[in-house]
Design a protein around this ligand. Structure first.
Ligand code: FMN
Length: 183
């Protein structure tokens, strides 16, 4: 007898690769919960037929409070189908683990949820992120210096890259989405 798997699609946007790792970890968790999981960069999500999937997770690292074009384009392109699907959305960024920066978190999340009010996510989350401070890009250098100061204020060691991704929280969230999507 053929096994029937539920199908999960995890689409991520990333600049430096840190959100890709989050998405891949989520893919593993969905696998452990009996799903056939596909993890795909939003840039390469053009040919995907989202109607094939039982649950769709979309996430992106935040830059200047925003998801970038490819990640929002994925929601825009598929919004009609996503309205009738089990969807979860996540963000990753410096503000994600900063208890005093919930204003940044809420504004960044509202930019996406407000743009697609008909997509009703089962769950949303804003995770902490990975910051390597060296960059050639002048805009990124300015942002990195701001982030460095914010981390220093919180007593976080900035002499090496700062990894504030809470893997237990990421795994738990993915497990919760996997369980809820089956309900
Ligand atoms: C130019 C720039 C702007 C950023 N703006 C934000 C922001 O508005 N809010 C936030 O929480 N994090 C912000 N960050 C932090 C990134 O989201 C974080 O470095 C993230 O780990 C990058 O993930 P990625 O490697 O998947 O792109 C910014 C980083 C840079 C370089």
């Amino acid at each position: 007898m053929q096994m029937m798997y539920m199908k999960a699609l995890i689409v991520y946007g990333t600049r430096g690769g840190s959100t890709k790792q989050i998405a891949e970890e989520m893919g593993k968790i969905f696998g452990e919960h009996g799903y056939a999981a596909t993890v795909r960069n939003a840039k390469e999500s053009g040919g995907i037929d989202v109607s094939d999937y039982d649950v769709i997770v979309a996430g992106r690292s935040v830059r200047a409070l925003k998801w970038t074009r490819q990640a929002t384009a994925f929601l825009k392109r598929n919004q009609k189908v996503l309205c009738g699907k089990k969807v979860a959305l996540f963000w990753s960024g410096r503000a994600g683990d900063d208890p005093v920066d919930q204003g940044n978190v809420n504004r960044a999340m509202a930019k996406v949820t407000g743009a697609f009010p008909e997509i009703k996510p089962l769950r949303t989350a804003y995770f902490g992120s990975y910051t390597a401070f060296g960059s050639w890009n002048p805009v990124a250098r300015i942002a990195n210096n701001v982030m460095k100061k914010e981390f220093e204020k919180r007593g976080i060691d900035v002499s090496r890259p700062v990894d504030r991704r809470d893997w237990d929280a990421i795994r738990q969230w993915a497990a919760d989405v996997a369980a809820e999507a089956k309900a």
